[in-house]
Design a protein. Sequence first.
Length: 330
Amino acid sequence: MVSPGTLRLLSHLEDGRIEECGPRIDEETGAVSYPAAAEVLDASDGPPAEVLERLAGRELLEREFEEKLYRCPDCEAEGLGYTTACPACDSPHTVETELLEHSDCGHVAPHAAFETAGEYGEYVCPGCKEALPSFDINTSNYRRYVCRDCGERVKRPAHRLRCQECTRVIEPRRAIERVCCRYFLAETGERFTETQLRARESIVEALEAKDFDVTIDTTVPGPGGQRRPVHVHAEEEFFGDQVVAAIHEWPDADAVSALRTATQGARARPLLLTTSGSIGPEAASLAEESDVALLTLREDGTLERDYETGAEPSDRTTFFQRLTSAVRGA
Ligand SMILES: [Zn+2]
Ligand SMILES: [Zn+2]
Ligand SMILES: [Zn+2]
């Protein structure tokens, strides 16, 4: 089902008013938005990012990977920075330090701790207090990450992400990952949009032929006084007749209830057009119950008061792929 707002978005992409829907990342908060999509979609369509993802899932839009963003699981802020941290206490205050080990007693301490000028020489082991003639002979040195908070010494620090908002240090796998993409109209989406718009035009022509004043992509007052977006609204002055029409590739029960709600507020007759010629069984019985007139768009662009009940048309891409391979094979 494609809502009026979604069809508006698709048609803007189709005629080039919108070239693509790219993400905008707020520099302050790190929040991701899709301004081009948000501008044309209706509030009732839900979050633009979800609409775009759904359309991409239906292969109507193509997505191109932009970047990945990570959100803090504790405060939900975006903007996590990479940090090395202490594997024992998660403190990011670990410093790579050169350590010396006194071979005789096994005491390990930072280089500087041995440098104390002792009674018997320049270098003294801080563990056993033995004077050392030379570092080279009596000590072995290595580098360790030393935690300034808990004293832990490790060869390799842990990889962590630090939230710039709540300063929490978290394991990367705990972060909420978000993939940001740019969205373009796919070839299948282009064909789909053309069909939906042609179907809408057919309804407009049919209603105008019956002396209706027709408005496309408009709103009607809903039951709660809130205006509802509809594909087509038509009014006939003489009898005060009103029609609200919805166009769907394969109307489901949600499409029927949305249309019903829209017509209740406007006291209009509901008209439902299927561009695939098919409608879901649940939607069909719901339509029958609520006197929704069902129409089918025929290939020549004419409308027919007939429809089939059946499952959602099989995957569009597979169908087109089949077509393509058939052409290639010929
Ligand atoms: Zn020692
Ligand atoms: Zn530590
Ligand atoms: Zn946080």
